[in-house]
Design a protein around this ligand. Structure first.
Ligand code: SAM
Length: 269
């Protein structure tokens, strides 16, 4: 099966944790406040940008106004899942793979004091960074939890919206992520995802490259398989809202299938 990892899932988690831990730590240094600055252990590009650049161009600049550079400078996504989520005051939002927290902080403004936002991430250094950002901003309706998105530390039927920005492609068990997203959503809840997807499959040899997987490339799967996993989990009204070439967002090589950054929405009945 070319849509399944050929690397051990634990190894993928470890590779991904190391990569994003290094990025979080490099964002702490005086010389590399931006997400994609050179880090001690990697010289590769971020998930979603060329080395040395950040991904704030993915958002409408008006949305980012007032965010500290520590937050906007640690944007590792491949799109803007917050805007298509069309959040309302008072909603409860879960962000899968919250990183430095950019989408959580954007959502927190939109749901207001009566709403609540939870970010889940498995990388301790990223959580440290997100919590430091939270403290700096004095935000009270955001909470960051450590955990894997394949087994979310979140109560069933408790969230109005599940969003995610460039993370599910990194998971070695995407069907489990969608089952968990379905479990934690209340009936009538919705998902809003930006992610890297493909048209076609990677060869088993490319699929086996853990470093490329951690760069949001070779863990990406065909968009129809991706939406099929969502359907199997129970989601309805699954829509690929938009989809554009990911060239310049992730490092693409010859011999790879077409790679896209897509925004995908769905609902739990
Ligand atoms: C490409 S970054 C995106 C961060 C954030 N969503 C953003 O837009 O800036 C991926 C993040 O997902 C986290 N992550 C990757 N796989 C994960 C998993 N299986 N469970 C929990 N977190 C994961 C990484 O630690 C990292 O912080």
């Amino acid at each position: 099966m070319t849509d399944q990892p050929t690397i051990n899932p634990d190894e993928i988690h470890e590779f991904v944790r190391e990569r994003y831990g290094a990025i979080a730590r490099s964002a702490d240094t005086a010389t590399a406040v931006s997400c994609c600055g050179p880090s001690a252990t990697t010289d590769v590009s971020c998930c979603g940008g060329e080395a040395g650049s950040c991904n704030t161009t993915l958002y409408d600049p008006a949305l980012l106004e007032g965010l500290p550079v520590d937050v906007s400078g640690l944007s590792l996504g491949c799109g803007d899942p917050v805007t298509i989520a069309a959040l309302h005051k008072g909603e409860r939002v879960l962000d899968l793979g919250s990183g430095g927290g950019i989408d959580c902080f954007l959502a927190s403004k939109q749901v207001g004091a009566e709403g609540y936002v939870i970010g889940v991430d498995m990388t301790p250094d990223m959580l440290t960074k997100a919590n430091a950002n939270k403290q700096k901003m004095g935000v009270r309706n955001v909470e960051f939890r450590q955990g894997q998105i394949e087994a979310m530390p979140v109560e069933s039927d408790s969230m109005d919206v599940v969003m995610s920005n460039c993370v599910i492609n990194l998971s070695p068990d995407k069907p489990a992520v969608f089952r968990e997203a379905f479990r934690v959503l209340r009936s009538g809840g919705r998902v809003s995802i930006s992610d890297i997807v493909t048209e076609g499959n990677f060869s088993p040899e490319l699929r086996a490259q853990a470093d490329k997987w951690a760069e949001c490339v070779t863990g990406a799967i065909d968009v129809s398989v991706y939406t099929g996993f969502m359907r199997e989990a129970g989601f309805v009204d699954i829509q690929v809202v938009d989809k554009y070439d990911a060239d310049g967002i992730v490092p693409i090589q010859a011999g790879m299938p077409r790679i896209f950054s897509a925004r995908i929405t769905a609902r739990k009945v």
